[in-house]
Design a protein around this ligand. Structure first.
Ligand SMILES: Cc1ncc(COP(=O)(O)O)c(C=O)c1O
Length: 375
């Protein structure tokens, strides 16, 4: 079976993990501190705070900004549910914003429409734009809207390590950036995540909240506030550090692969059978998802691809169609693009280890599957 994606872990990475495991220092060691410094430099941001998952990163971001009961947060209606789960679990209300059909992200227009139609009673406090599948959102444009309305910007860059907008990396554009290092992500530590921020006070609070609300100075430990245990282990940091020097090369390979995929699938797009994803030059391509035309049975296509030995899946969820988010405020068009992408999105096998042979295999199997579905 050609898997949707594969982690890229070589012998040197495995050896680095083994070394930490043998050292006896599994947490609070040098690996975490070094990984944070290296990520800061790689992303171009003042602070990186490692945590145990992308969801933990999002949760800490809201906690550090003091967002909770009585507050509302703008969230895309098409994303992985963790983005909105953390808002609900913080006691705030997600306001779902529709996305663009080709970038799969919110836009300044859909965001402005959601803000315009917001009637409360909760107070809008923040927006959480998602760089969906690595497509970088125009954060500077969203920031202008945020400033006009007194909102904080939390970038959900879970899938977007290395994505750029006008030369600035995801995570270096908002107040806080949140990343995942789950195995489906380009750089993985098994589970894991991190936050980015340029704000010293916020970074200090994030570090404290990650570690039970505790700070240690001059040998004295003080618990300043209720916090979490959202720490990443040192052996996970060693695994991440071993991948980081290769990451930019992997992203370039993914960009080339995405171009090749779109060229191979262009005949299907020209026949109106599917829509290709927007290929923004700063896209970091965590996932390659097409949208099948209305009327095509996606489940049948996924089964036909599986029969040909190819793993495929839906890309992300329309939150307003899920029972967990039934009570969420919706933007006026929340049932349009997000719902169509939820029903017709098709994520195809994609990672830097694949090349032209795999693309040809997928394009040919998809062509056959669509022929069968339409017949
Ligand atoms: C957009 C988005 N946000 C948040 C998450 C949660 O990350 P994690 O699985 O590391 O908790 C994911 C995971 O896929 C995601 O795609």
């Amino acid at each position: 079976m050609l898997r949707l994606s594969l982690p890229n872990i070589d012998d040197a990475a495995i050896a680095a993990v083994g070394q930490v495991l043998r050292s006896g220092q599994l947490v609070h060691g040098e690996q975490g501190a070094a990984f944070e410094r290296e990520l800061q430099e790689w992303i171009g941001v003042r602070h990186v705070v490692l945590v145990s998952s992308g969801t933990a990163a999002l949760h800490l971001a809201l906690a550090a900004l003091g967002i909770g009961a009585g507050d509302a947060v703008l969230v895309p209606d098409f994303t992985f549910p963790a983005t909105a789960n953390v808002v609900l679990l913080s006691g705030a209300r997600p306001v779902l914003v529709d996305v663009d059909t080709r970038s799969y992200c919110i836009t300044p227009e859909t965001l402005a429409a959601a803000i315009e139609s917001w009637r409360g009673p909760e107070r809008l406090r923040a927006m959480m734009p998602v760089h969906e599948f690595g497509h970088s959102v125009d954060v500077p444009a969203l920031r202008a809207i945020a400033t006009a309305h007194g909102l904080r910007v939390i970038e959900d860059a879970a899938c977007a390590i290395g994505a750029t907008h006008s030369g600035t990396k995801a995570g270096a554009m908002g107040d806080i950036g949140c990343f995942s290092m789950h195995p489906r992500k380009t750089l993985t530590t098994g589970e894991g995540g991190f936050l980015t921020t340029g704000d010293d006070a916020l970074a200090r609070r994030l570090r404290r909240l990650r570690n039970h609300g505790m700070e240690r100075s001059n040998g004295v430990t003080v618990f300043h506030e209720a916090g979490f245990n959202y720490r990443l282990t040192d052996f996970q940091s060693a695994l991440g550090r071993a991948q980081l020097p290769r990451l930019q090369g992997w992203i370039e390979a993914r960009r080339a692969l995405a171009q090749a995929y779109s060229a191979a699938l262009a005949p299907l797009a020209e026949r109106g059978l599917l829509t290709l994803p927007d290929s923004h030059p700063g896209h970091s391509w965590q996932t390659y998802m097409v949208a099948l035309a209305e009327g095509i049975d996606r489940a049948a296509v996924i089964s036909a691809l599986a029969a040909a030995g190819l793993e495929a899946n839906l890309g992300a969820q329309c939150l307003s169609a899920q029972p967990a988010f039934a009570a969420c405020a919706r933007s006026p068009s929340a049932t349009s693009n997000a719902l169509r992408l939820d029903r017709q999105g098709l994520a195809l096998p994609f990672c830097e280890q694949y090349g032209s042979a795999e693309i040809a295999r997928v394009a040919s199997a998809l062509t056959n599957a669509l022929r069968g579905t339409l017949a």
